[in-house]
Design a protein around this ligand. Structure first.
Ligand SMILES: O=C[C@H](O)COP(=O)(O)O
Length: 214
């Protein structure tokens, strides 16, 4: 299972969480990675943890003030990027452009979507993976795998019907090892989570709990 920890703009110490993700990754067969804010990418990557960006823009080098260029993200040490997160929604053409920009910079891609129909559309753009996240469950602590298992199974079916090579992650409310196991049982190859680790008093203990049953 792939466990991707998104730090959003939570007021956590990104280096503390990065070191925890790195250290717990060394204890498990699961693959763990962290997605800090763009300004923290380089320092986080220097810890040795697998580092992802939260977003890249559908742009190339040039006059794009305030945008995030995929090549700069890669130079900062990121190996992958989220695209179209629920909190950073893009138009369809821009999702496509961001996937192409990430590919140009050799970044792995996870395109997020709200529901199975959008997952099918996202999979058609050829990312490495898609992540289904019902927005109403994000940050609630109520896991999608429990509150809405059909959405995960339907997302897996939607992606497979378009492109078998696109993996499916699920996210929203996931915070325990049981939640991760349930996600896997529904056909998900990984989880995207944030508050369960970024807002935990002890991020390393939270991560240990997440991977314990894997
Ligand atoms: O990127 C992560 C997702 O939005 C899930 O967030 P959450 O784990 O706080 O529900």
């Amino acid at each position: 299972m792939f466990v991707l920890v998104n730090l959003k703009t939570y007021p956590c110490d990104p280096l503390e969480v990065a070191r925890a993700v790195r250290d717990v990754n060394d204890t498990t067969d699961a693959r763990l990675a962290v997605a800090p804010q763009a300004a923290h990418l380089e320092r986080v990557a220097e810890t040795g943890v697998e580092t992802w960006a939260q977003h890249v823009d559908p742009i190339d080098y040039g006059s794009n003030t305030g945008h995030t260029l995929a090549e700069t993200v890669a130079e900062s040490g990121a190996v992958g990027t989220l695209i179209n997160h629920s909190e950073q929604r893009l138009k369809l053409a821009d999702i496509d452009g961001s996937v192409r920009a990430a590919e140009r910079a050799d970044l792995e891609t996870v395109v997020c979507a709200n529901n199975p129909a959008q997952i099918g559309a996202a999979a058609a753009l050829g990312p490495d993976a898609v992540a289904v996240e019902p927005p109403e469950l994000i940050g609630t602590g109520t896991p999608v795998s429990q509150a809405d298992p059909d959405v995960v199974e339907d997302a897996v079916a939607a992606a497979a019907s378009v492109d078998d090579d696109v993996s499916v992650l699920c996210g929203a409310g996931i915070s325990t090892g049981d939640d991760v196991v349930a996600a896997g049982d529904l056909g998900s190859e990984g989880v995207l989570l944030a508050s369960g680790v970024a807002k935990a008093d002890d991020p390393e203990a939270a991560l240990e709990d997440l991977v314990e049953p894997l």
